[in-house]
Design a protein around this ligand. Structure first.
Ligand code: HEM
Length: 393
């Protein structure tokens, strides 16, 4: 527990760091990568170029510092980040490296304002925050379905909705039977690749679209041509990886999952809202719900560009047919069909809602549901990008 003096100094300096937050983390990354170029094989080059990880780290450190007396209030966020860290194989020995360069960057950017007292207080704060992450992640390493990255062979690759590749993979080690793994709908696997267009190894998370692993692990990857920085790994998987090729995967991770206590009941409906490739984890959730209890009412809403981009349509319909009470809505935004607050008004309240899509889509759905007084406890979401920037207080 930090001393009262440390707490006071940290609280006083949070506003200053908020002002310089992004600058500090930019300097931090530059210096850290200069001293530890091997970390470029772990961090997402695209996020770096777009400045996304910078803001996620800054937001998280500041959010954590504000709650230094009771870091346990941040546990849900720490868990979510911890899953990603575990999937990427971030280890305890990495934390002092980040700590050293974060403090160094605070000194460099604040100059004379970074007195010894300020630096010592932030060193103590960082150690406390890091120890919470390390502890949470230690449990996750214990529980992981396998350790590290292991080789899998691609046994099936299908294109769905024009720009999504659905992969099925089996471990190269025949003695490893994945058919009985305790997969949870909403989880993702992490792929380690060595794309030709990059000097570095690249790691990316992709959601499982099914929890039935009798044929192998099934995950989906969207091709991404939106700008020059994006799609490094997804396009490599689309263009270069075929049936018979090998992929390195770390064990399934993530905490975007169905509320177990509501699966068996039929009063509160399951609402699955997604856009584009965001359909992937909610498709696995649909499968899990229908298998466990097909009587529960299900409301399914999906938005994409047009019919050509409508992913997994056949699979979705086959699952919805197994459910007893279904309401299905599709929105093609090229035809001006918008999945917006007007549609959210049609939802019953309470409803057990799961949302997945781009950050902008997530923001609009979460804000819309909050405006309609849906309880936070019933809104679950998984943006494909850092979550803290949406949820940190
Ligand atoms: C991702 C915070 C320590 C490597 C993240 C994210 C946050 C975060 C908020 C984004 C999660 C998301 O996508 O939702 C922190 C905090 C740390 C810490 C507060 C210290 C207390 C570390 C360490 C390493 C590391 C020690 C390794 C040297 C990564 C990587 C990602 C990530 C590689 C994925 C994002 C990317 O590749 O750009 N972290 N982290 N983190 N973190 Fe950490």
């Amino acid at each position: 527990m930090a001393s009262p003096q440390t707490l006071a100094v940290v609280k006083q300096t949070v506003p200053v760091l908020e002002t310089y937050g992004t600058q500090i983390t930019t300097v931090f990354y530059q210096n850290m990568f200069a001293e530890h170029p091997e970390l470029l094989d772990i961090f997402n080059e695209t996020n770096q170029k777009l400045g996304r990880q910078q803001s996620a780290l800054a937001t998280t450190v500041l959010a954590a510092a504000k709650h230094l007396e009771q870091l346990e209030v941040l546990l849900p966020q720490v868990m979510q980040i911890g899953h990603k860290h575990r999937a990427l194989q971030i280890k305890p020995e990495h934390y002092p490296i980040v700590g050293k360069h974060l403090l160094g960057a605070i000194k460099e950017v604040l100059g004379d304002a970074a007195t010894d007292e300020v630096i010592n207080a932030w060193a103590e704060a960082y150690d406390e925050i890091a120890s919470v992450f390390i502890k949470v992640e230690a449990d996750m390493y214990q529980e992981a379905m396998w350790s590290g990255f292991i080789p899998f062979k691609v046994i099936k690759k299908e294109i769905t909705g024009s720009d999504i590749a659905a992969f099925t993979v089996q471990p190269e080690d025949n003695s490893f039977d994945v058919s009985r793994l305790p997969l949870t709908a909403g989880q993702y696997i992490t792929v380690k690749t060595d794309p030709e267009d990059s000097d570095h190894i690249a790691l990316r998370h992709y959601s499982l679209y099914s929890v039935d692993s009798s044929e192998g692990l099934k995950f989906a990857v969207r091709r991404d041509n939106r700008n020059e920085h994006r799609g490094l790994v997804s396009n490599h998987l689309h263009d270069k990886i075929e049936v018979g090729d090998t992929l390195l995967l770390s064990a399934p991770a993530g905490d975007f999952k169905l509320n177990q206590s509501l699966i068996e009941q039929n009063d509160i409906p399951l609402v699955l809202i997604s856009a584009g490739v965001g359909v992937t984890p909610v498709l696995a959730m649909l499968e899990a719900q229908v298998k466990a209890n097909p009587k529960r009412p299900i409301i399914w809403a999906y938005a994409c560009q047009n019919q050509d981009f409508h992913a997994f349509d056949g699979r979705i319909n086959a699952l919805l047919e197994q459910a007893e009470q279904v309401q299905k809505s599709t929105f093609y935004f090229e035809s001006n069909q918008l999945l917006n607050e007007e549609w959210l008004k049609t939802l019953p309240n309470p409803a057990d809602v799961y949302v997945c899509g781009s950050m902008i889509f997530m923001d609009s759905m979460i804000d819309g549901l909050a405006a309609l007084e849906h309880s936070n406890d019933y809104i679950h979401y998984e943006p494909f990008g850092p979550k803290m920037s949406l949820s940190a207080g």
